[in-house]
Design a protein around this ligand. Structure first.
Ligand SMILES: [Zn+2]
Ligand SMILES: [Zn+2]
Length: 211
């Protein structure tokens, strides 16, 4: 079961599987109050990738619920503050400045692959980006975004993650190809609405990126 929570920074979800409840992503720093209002208990926190807007509140929420934080091992150096992500362009610089204003607390994570969940490693946006498959649905982190065709207007569209924020664009495209092979019908993205998705749509996005 997947439910969406209302946190600041990114979409955060609660998943229940085999009697365990996990919080997936935590938004920017300062979401503990929202977490306390919306969650009774959790068995752990899973981070889809180490960007500030997804793991900024991880430490405060983990401390409150006395639970562990899990992420892909390729992401661990970033979470521990031993490596830095790539942020380029106007928006990238803005994000960097925002992060300095309210820095997140770094932390040590446990290996997400030790959990009894269907975790798919999808490197590219960051080295240790993951998707979590629940039935035919997937929490896809920032692999894909859902938004409007134009700024604030137009039909709902599925968009690839910006090259300015992707750690490795080639690996990112490979991960999209891997994702297209999965039996997933609905995505729950880190930003935007949950939507139905089909292989032809993903293939179209891949084709556009490869041009
Ligand atoms: Zn991201
Ligand atoms: Zn994000």
């Amino acid at each position: 079961m997947i439910s969406r929570l209302s946190f600041r920074g990114c979409n955060c979800y609660l998943i229940e599987s085999e009697g365990k409840r996990y919080l997936v992503d935590t938004g920017t720093p300062g979401n503990l109050k929202r977490a306390r209002e919306q969650i009774d208990s959790i068995d752990g926190i899973i981070i889809t990738h180490g960007h500030y807007d997804h793991c900024g509140s991880a430490v405060e929420i983990a401390d409150h619920f006395s639970c562990k934080i899990y992420a892909h091992r390729d992401e661990h150096p970033y979470l521990e503050g031993k490596a830095d992500f790539k942020f380029e362009g106007f928006v990238g610089n803005f994000i960097k400045r925002l992060e300095r204003l309210r820095p997140m607390e770094h932390f040590r994570a446990h290996d997400v692959e030790s959990l009894n969940l269907n975790i798919v490693h999808l490197p590219g946006h960051t080295p240790g980006s993951i998707g979590i498959v629940v039935g035919k649905e997937m929490l896809c982190g920032d692999l894909l975004r859902v938004g409007r065709k134009y700024i604030m207007a137009g039909e709902t569209v599925v968009k690839p993650s910006s090259r300015n924020f992707n750690w490795n664009q080639e690996k990112y495209i490979e991960s999209l190809k891997r994702f297209a092979q999965l039996d997933v019908e609905v995505i729950h993205p880190g930003h935007g609405e949950s939507v139905r998705i089909d292989r032809s749509l993903i293939n179209e996005i891949i084709k556009r990126l490869e041009r």
